[in-house]
Structures are given as C-alpha cells and as structure tokens.
Design a protein around this ligand. Sequence first.
Ligand SMILES: [Zn+2]
Length: 416
Amino acid sequence: MNAGDNRLEAWLPRSLLNLPLGSAIPSAGFEGLSPVRLHWRNGHLLAPEPLPDHVDPPEWLVLPRLAEPHVHLDKAFTWASNPNLAGTYEGAMSANRLEHSTRTRAGVLERGDRALHLACSHGLRALRTHIDSVGPGATASWDALVELRERWSGLLDLQLVALVPVSHWSSPEGIALAQRVADVGGLLGGVIGPPYRQRPLRRDLQVLLQLAERSGCGLDLHIDEASVEPAIGLVQLLKLLDQQQVDVPITCSHLSSLGLVPVAEQQRLCERMAEHRVQVVALPLTNAWLLGRRAGTTPITRPLAPIRGLQRAGVRVAVGCDNVADPWFPAGCFDSVALMASCLTLAQLAPWQRLGLAPFTTASAALMDLAWDGVIAEGAPADLLVLKAGSWSEALMRPSQRRILISGQWWNTQAS
Ligand SMILES: [Zn+2]
C-alpha cells in the first residue's frame, strides 16, 4: 500500500460486512473472514466488493477504527512516579491519591497527549476517559483534557466522565460539578464498591440519577469492582430503576463481582439490566490484576463481569482496557488488538465469533453513541485499521504491522 492508494484488498470479519442488496454472498474462511476489495472517495467507502475465490488471498486484515469505552487519561503513565508494587486495590487507591495531590495541568497535557498519540497510531477513533474530579488535581485534569479533546478533534472523539465518590453528587460542590460537566458535554460517574452501606448508598444513587436526568448527562459508574459482597451496588441500582424512569444512558463499568453470583440469580439480574437498558463495560485486565488477591496464593477464581450471560440476556457489553501504566495496572498501551489477544485467555472471547468481536467493535461504538456503528458498508467513513495479517491468529500472536486510514487519508504516525 502506498500513501496515495484509495483501494485495498483485505480479509474482513463477515459480521462487520454489509453488502448492497442483491450482492453475491461472499465466501468466508474458517475464522469467519471474507476477502473483499474496498475503495474510498472523498472520505467515504464505496460499496465493498467480495473477492472471487480464485484470486490470491489478501495479506491484510481490515477492521473499522475502534472505539475504546473506558480509560483513565488523567493518570496514564504515572506508574513510574507512583507505583503500586503490591498490586492491591488499596495500594492503588493510596498511590493514586498521592499522585493526584501533585498533579498539574502541564503533566496531564503531556501524558494525555502521549496516550492519544499511541491510541491513534494503534487504530482507535474514540475513547471515553474517566477523570478524578474531586481533590487538588481535579480542575487541572479537566482543563487539560478539554484542551486535548479540542487538539485531537477530527482525529479522535474524546468523551469525558467525572469520577467521584457517589456521595459527592449530593453536595453543593457536586451539583456545581454536574453543571460544569454538562457545559462541556461530559458524563457523570462515580465509585460504588465495598464496604456497602446500603441505605445511604441508595439515597446517594437516587440523587445521582435525578441529577443526571436533570442535566441531560449520561451516567457511567465504576460499580462492584470487587471480589466480595457480590453485586450489592447493582442490586441497589436496579431497585431504584424499578421505581423511577431514567432516560439518559446508564453504563456499569467493571461489574466484576456479578460474575461471583450463583448462575440462576446472576441470570435474573442480567435480565433486569436488559429491561432497564443498562449497558456494561467489562475490564478484564485491571480486574485480573487487582482483584481476588490472597497473599501467597495464585488466584483460580477471577472476578469478571459475566460477559456471555449478559449478552445472552440482551445487555450490550463492551470491553475496555481501563488503566495504562498507572497505580491500578502497570502494563497496557491503548491497543484494542492487544486487548483482544489478552481476552482470548482472560474471558475466552474469540474474535471469529460475532459476540466475541462485538465488544471491541459495534457494541463499543453503540455504547459510546458514536455516529458510525463500525460496520463496513457503502457510505461508511473511510476509517480503517489495517493489520498485516492473513488470519486472526496472525493478527493476535504478536503486535502486527499496521496502517491507519482516517477520512480516506493514510495517517502518518511519525509526522503527527
Ligand atoms: Zn476505570
């Protein structure tokens, strides 16, 4: 492929291909990949053409540029200055608190910009970031991330979520924060985890739901990120949703301890979530690193959102990378393809299955309410992530050479 090319022959997951009516059914290999020829003009795709069986198999695998539903850009790359060597949730919290007390606008700008450059060069088109929004570093973080959103607009969509203890939304400062978040088109978030005090929690959550509704902001909660007291936060949320109508989108991030609830009860909770259109972002990497720790043992049971059960009940589930090189998780690189490789083992999600691929593609785009669903079709944006791989296995066995097409132009990683 050359810089001026406006066509590509590549393998495309069959579940992401939408052909014009009357087209021949394309062939698909054992991993559900179909060989297609893509053309684009003026930033949009022309009708995809299935390739006949007798042509040479393509050397590339193509995906839509991907949407990352859950990161923390404000604290990315702070592991070196604020490590959490014990790898515990409590250790992460105290290292995070220390880092937050010295956080500056310039620091968030520099680290956030580095993160977005990586994200774009790995083929992301949108990210939702949570932002620590109480304490000394809150204003600096918001100022920097609003500026970065502006700086990267046209290349990346950035969604901003205010992360606070859920009780904060009941205070005058919380109400003022909600107004500021609404003014910049952000979302309201919060942390709901053990130890749970159920009555005050329900009261705080009720206030938050009303505030979200009044301000028109979507909700994205860090909820039940734990290996004890399974799904207590979710049960309280569902009780409230049984009583009051909420029209703004609600996302439960983590929901790890729901995976520890006995299957029949778990399925009932999943069905109630589907009824209330509550969506989920599963975060296998951080959960597997932080949760279920007992000194001197290797964990066998891993708290994780029950992705398959949620999907079966009709809940929309996306998968995100969460933390990158911060006190909560020491690795990561804003690369959804690397995340897919990790999820083979962590969640047994296989991208050659429709429901194994959707959490990284169409479901994450829908959960983030993006204009493009990520399906490759005539008229779709010419926004592609192209991997040098002839199969899923090749794409996932190591970091692949890749090219990024944005609005019909090949993106030059070095020059940006
Ligand atoms: Zn998070």
